[in-house]
Design a protein around this ligand. Structure first.
Ligand code: N01
Length: 746
């Protein structure tokens, strides 16, 4: 049985250096759970925390109104099932003081504070190749020598500088939401300015408006917000978690966001207007932000049109609450899709702008020019104020890690250098060149796009389980390979391309901090998928990691964990789950029947302007086509589209949803043509039909609504199940050659 040890008992303040197996930076949700797991596993661990108590983000963000925006039943530890019985949340969305008390309660229950050095900042960390250990220099007390160095510093813990001229010259109190004074602030009778309208400000503003004599809100970008409808915890959720806690938590772990809600599969256009409104109103009334983000329809987070429907319904709500139409318009977000920037949960936010003591300044029309000793100056006006509140956000995801400077790995390589053009990690957990250096919910993990507590527990379990395995196998270092890290970077980018996050300037992308490299930083593939990938890396012999130890041969299982595009991976995963027979075992007729049946069960494609079925002159006689015309007024460019199916399967309608999507997104006419199939019609019959189709479209482009013989192109789906054969490649080349001559024909 493993003996529980503590760093303090085993610390060796030898030459001003404290020794431990593991150093954990941060004592919030992640740091506390790490200390619990590490001690249970028999490692000596030291927690290093800048604050004078536990709590992390909930220690620092004490501004009035601070609450969580995930229902607290879900925003809680699950590692200790007794906690659900020992602790009762008083509200659906708990306040900051209650969450802080909870973290203190957990720390006491497991006696975690004894391993933490409070009031201690880590200044920097250097890997020592000779000793195979990290040396951390601290602001106070001895340095720390550790085998493993784990950052549990949180994603939103490094407040962003205000970036406003003269911000330091104001003579009155200047407050920052992320560093709110512990003994509170009396704003009664004061003229208060709040700069920023993100989640912190949206929670704070209604409360300040009630206390202050005057409140001026300086808004750069309006945000989507919905009422939290706080109160007692949801009886439904309570009943679910109480009836089968294990199943409830398991569903959360496999979900998209870390909250036990199903994946929505019905797309927006499958609902009527009335049904869509009803679904929206239900979430609005329930005050469930995660539900609003994921449960309306399947395309809301990935398709601009599916998203615009939600955004419009939000805009209607704002107009219905805010009496002054100009103020309502200023508060209405129009520059980003709903959910691409973190939306907010509020209590009376929009109604606050109906109060006589509240004014809104649109910084897009009159930016702040400067701050003087007594006032905020825009290009056209001066606002005399007594107190300024910066609710201007954080240098998110990378700020806190890079603040510990340098994090110096092998050969003097620094993390700041590696991340100069944006964060690079493997699984969001480690970076190549930095052995035994881990991040909990680092960039490249689902982190801020998920219920943080669920993600934290998964990360901590994964990391501590690896340390246990390494110890058992005699390994002393673990490090990802360059290949694995590059592969993960590609997979992150591929996933981000699918969602709408790339369409907004936000802290998710680094756009909120001047000069910060930009790109979607969190993993957008979802919590369940991510968990599966982390587990797969282990099952495949720690794929992407190099491990070394003094008495064991090096193990390096190099490679990329995800090689497929996310959509292809999703489809193949789905097919694998269905446990279907291999398509090649069905014969041509059986395979065609199967594809027909499969297609009949898929969602209907999105509406386009017009769909026309017709007949063209194939090489051996008439063949069918289906034309998809955009809603916009023509003439349009034309695309001749060849369906997939390995030259054996499919017809002009078998790629229907895809053709509709292509038509809508490209604003082009798509003509999906059938061609004769093998084995009945041997090569080169299909290619000859394809060529005939191209010629026929070129000749008839104008009468089909196209822009003319020169304005058309070819597209097609490759056989999904195999690489193109030599024969099909030759046929494609023949069509291409011929098409090139058609398109250049007068
Ligand atoms: O920060 P933000 P936050 N001049 O970056 C504006 C979590 N959280 O602290 O959008 C003028 O969202 C900036 O404008 P713009 C949650 O994940 C959760 O509010 O960059 N304005 C924006 O309006 C959240 O998303 C809860 O154009 C300036 C605001 O300041 C994250 O923390 C509660 C400016 C910053 O908003 C961060 O939220 C609170 C300038 N120079 C926070 N610089 C829960 O409910 C920035 N702004 C759990």
């Amino acid at each position: 049985m493993l003996q529980e040890q503590t760093a303090s008992r085993h610390a060796n303040p030898n030459n001003g250096v404290q020794h431990a197996d593991v150093a954990v930076v941060g004592a919030g949700f992640a740091g506390l759970y790490l200390l619990y797991r590490l001690r249970k596993a028999g490692f000596t661990a030291i927690g290093l925390e800048a604050a004078d108590d536990v709590g992390g983000t909930w220690y620092w963000n004490r501004y009035p109104g601070a609450r969580c925006d995930i229902q607290t039943i879900d925003y809680a530890y699950t590692f200790d099932p007794e906690l659900d019985k020992a602790w009762t949340w008083s509200e659906k969305y708990a306040t900051q003081p209650e969450i802080l008390r909870y973290l203190g309660f957990v720390a006491d229950r497991h006696d975690l504070r004894r391993d933490i050095r409070f009031g201690t900042n880590v200044i920097n960390g250097r890997w020592n190749e000779g000793t195979g250990r990290w040396l951390l220099r601290t602001s106070d007390g001895p340095s720390v020598s550790c085998r493993h160095y784990i950052m549990a510093t949180g994603c939103l813990s490094s407040p962003k500088p205000p970036e406003i001229v003269g911000a330091g010259s104001f003579s009155g109190p200047v407050l920052t939401t992320g560093r709110w004074p512990h003994d509170g602030v009396d704003l009664a009778g004061k003229r208060v300015a709040v700069i920023g309208t993100g989640s912190s400000a949206i929670q704070l503003i209604p409360i300040v408006a009630e206390q202050a004599a005057e409140l001026v809100v300086f808004q750069r970008t309006p945000n989507f917000a919905m009422p939290a409808r706080n109160g007692a915890p949801s009886p439904d959720r309570l009943a679910q978690v109480r009836s089968d806690p294990a199943a409830y938590r398991a569903q959360a772990r496999q979900s998209l966001t870390g909250v036990p809600l199903p994946m929505q599969s019905v797309v927006s256009w499958q609902f009527t207007d009335a049904e869509r409104r009803e679904r929206f109103e239900k979430m609005w009334d329930e005050g469930d932000l995660v539900g609003m983000l994921t449960q309306l329809w399947a395309d809301q987070g990935v398709d601009v049109d599916g998203n615009a429907i939600v955004a419009d319904l939000f805009r209607e709500k704002i107009r219905s609450v805010v009496r002054d139409p100009e103020t309502a318009e200023t508060l209405t977000p129009r520059d980003h899709p709903f959910g691409a920037k973190r939306p907010c949960l509020d209590t009376n936010y929009y109604a606050t702008f109906n109060r006589p003591n509240v004014a809104l300044v649109d910084l897009r029309k009159e930016p702040i020019a400067s701050i003087s000793a007594t006032a905020i100056h825009t290009a056209t006006r001066k606002f005399d104020v007594d107190v300024i509140v910066f609710a201007t956000g954080f240098d998110a995801m990378t700020g806190a890690v890079l603040a510990l400077n340098p994090v110096e790995g092998r050969g003097g390589r620094t993390l700041a250098g590696l991340w100069a053009e944006g964060p690079k990690t493997y699984l969001g957990l480690m970076a190549a060149g930095f052995p035994n250096f881990f991040m909990i919910t680092g960039p490249g993990s689902p982190s801020v796009l998920s219920n943080m507590v669920v993600s934290i527990e998964q990360h901590v379990d994964w990391v501590v389980d690896r340390l246990i395995d390494m110890r058992a196998a005699g390994f002393t270092t673990i490090e990802p390979t360059e290949t694995a890290m590059a592969g993960w970077e590609r997979h992150l980018a591929d996933c981000a391309q699918v969602t709408l996050h790339r369409l907004a300037n936000t802290w998710y992308t680094g756009a909120n901090v001047l000069g910060k490299p930009q790109g979607v930083m969190p993993y957008t593939g979802g919590v369940g998928l991510y968990r599966g990938i982390c587990d797969e890396a282990v099952q495949r012999g720690l794929l992407g990691f190099r491990l070394t130890g003094p008495n064991v041969p090096e193990q390096c299982n190099d490679g990329e964990i995800v090689r497929l595009q996310p959509d292809v991976r999703a489809v193949l995963g789905l097919l694998a789950q269905m446990n279907l027979p291999a398509i090649e075992s069905l014969g041509a007729a059986g395979a065609r029947a199967f594809v027909e049946q499969f297609n009949a069960g898929r969602p209907f494609g999105r509406p386009v302007g017009e769909v026309v079925d017709g007949v063209y002159d194939g090489a051996g006689g008439p063949l069918r086509y289906r034309l998809y015309r955009p809603e916009s007024e023509g003439p349009h460019p034309v695309v001749v589209y060849y369906h997939g199916g390995g030259w054996v399967l499919g017809d002009e309608g078998s790629d229907d949803p895809f053709c509709r999507d292509l038509c809508r997104r490209s604003d082009m006419i798509i003509i999906s043509v059938d061609y004769r199939h093998a084995p009945e019609h041997r090569f080169p019959t299909a290619a000859e039909d394809g060529l005939a189709a191209a010629r026929w479209v070129a000749t008839n482009a104008a009468s089909l609504g196209g822009r003319g013989a020169r304005s058309w192109s070819l597209a097609g789906a490759p056989a999904a199940t195999s690489r193109p054969s030599r024969a099909s490649s030759r046929a494609i080349a023949a069509v291409r050659r011929s098409a090139a001559s058609c398109s250049s024909a007068p």
